[in-house]
Design a protein around this ligand. Structure first.
Ligand SMILES: Nc1ncnc2c1ncn2[C@@H]1O[C@H](COP(=O)(O)OP(=O)(O)OP(=O)(O)O)[C@@H](O)[C@H]1O
Ligand SMILES: O=P(O)(O)OC[C@@]1(O)O[C@H](CO)[C@@H](O)[C@@H]1O
Length: 309
């Protein structure tokens, strides 16, 4: 089973403006609302690929009810901890060149009782050899070592952890050696305190250094440039697919979903890489935070070229 954890879900409000004017009035067009937050997007994508997952996390107020309703309508299993306040609304604004500006809220207050309730739920649901996906930010009141603590506990129970987080959450979590990580290039460079303009050779070196800590798979995403995948036997660079882009929001989550699903299905490295790149490119082709269909992903997989280093 795959369990996704979204400590900070969001309603993603995606909108388009011709040109975003900072300090001016922007009239938004084509607004749409989707249930989002990284783990929720992972669950939605796994479902689109034909798999199953259980979505856990915190929800609050009417916005939280919208998230739960969306999951129920999609028949995605969920077991959420309800807290006071309201789940956040994150605004995603695309200009005519598809440049994305994201305005993400902090999220509701989480007290210790609610945090313990969520940790207990995750531990209760996860059995040996399951995958738990820890994705995205946590509300400001949640300690930044929460993912690290969860990884330690889950690994003791022989549960595998896939991590997609940045900043202090990532730095703490790395110390507990999750099985799989998917930082983007920017997050990785920030962690190692090096320039984002570094060459791919440097990124390969950093990825291998992380693998040496004992991880099973490292995927480093690089937006439209593609992604780098490293396991103990392969180092593969894949160029991004040329697609008609509508919104890159959730492309990273789509990649994480494909990795989780691919590992659960025990796909070969090559199949998994193809699925990951195609699923993420597919997410870029859809509007808002929506996954591509299984059929679309299947077609896109034919275009993926893997360059083994
Ligand atoms: N414009 C694009 N065209 C084709 N593929 C893309 C494009 N943008 C992203 N991708 C695909 O999606 C993957 C993940 O993208 P990215 O590196 O932007 O993830 P991310 O920063 O984690 O995104 P997010 O946090 O919004 O989910 C890339 O490795 C690539 O395969
Ligand atoms: O603020 P976080 O938790 O880091 O990211 C949240 C978020 O930007 O990530 C998803 C896209 O990856 C969106 O659905 C959501 O709004």
């Amino acid at each position: 089973m795959i369990i996704t954890v979204t400590m900070n879900p969001a309603i993603d409000k995606t909108a388009v403006v011709d040109e975003l004017v900072v300090g001016g009035l922007n009239r938004l067009e084509q607004t749409m609302m989707n249930a989002g937050g990284k783990g929720i997007n992972v669950s939605k994508t796994i479902q689109a690929l034909g798999g199953e997952s259980l979505a856990t996390g915190f929800i609050a107020g009417t916005n939280g009810a919208f998230i739960k309703e969306s999951l129920d309508q999609l028949s995605i299993d969920n077991d959420m901890v309800e807290v006071a306040g309201n789940t956040r609304v994150n605004l995603k604004v695309l200009n005519k060149d598809m440049d994305l500006t994201e305005l993400n809220e902090e999220g509701p207050y989480i007290d210790e009782v609610a945090l313990r309730a969520l940790v207990d739920k995750i531990v209760k649901h996860a059995s040996k050899n399951d995958y738990v996906v820890l994705s995205g930010s946590v509300p400001g009141s949640v300690p930044k070592d929460i993912y690290a603590k969860l990884i330690k506990q889950l690994k003791q129970n022989k549960i595998k952890v896939i991590l997609d987080a940045d900043g202090d959450l990532f730095a703490h979590a790395i110390e507990e050696v999750p099985n799989v990580i998917k930082p983007n290039k920017y997050e990785l460079c920030k962690y190692y305190e090096i320039s984002e303009d570094c060459k791919n050779d440097e990124i390969v070196k950093l990825g291998k250094a992380l693998l040496d800590k004992g991880m099973q798979l490292i995927a480093i995403s690089m937006g439209k440039e593609g992604a780098l995948f490293i396991d103990s036997e392969h180092t593969a660079m894949v160029k991004g697919l040329k697609v008609d882009a509508h919104s890159s929001v959730g492309a990273g989550d789509a990649m994480v979903a494909a990795i989780a699903y691919g590992l659960e299905q025990e796909l070969s490295f090559e199949e998994l890489v193809k699925l990951a790149v195609a699923t993420s490119a597919g997410a870029v082709m859809t509007k808002g935070t929506q996954p591509a269909s299984k059929e679309q992903v299947k077609e896109l997989m034919k275009e993926v070229e893997i360059n083994y280093l």
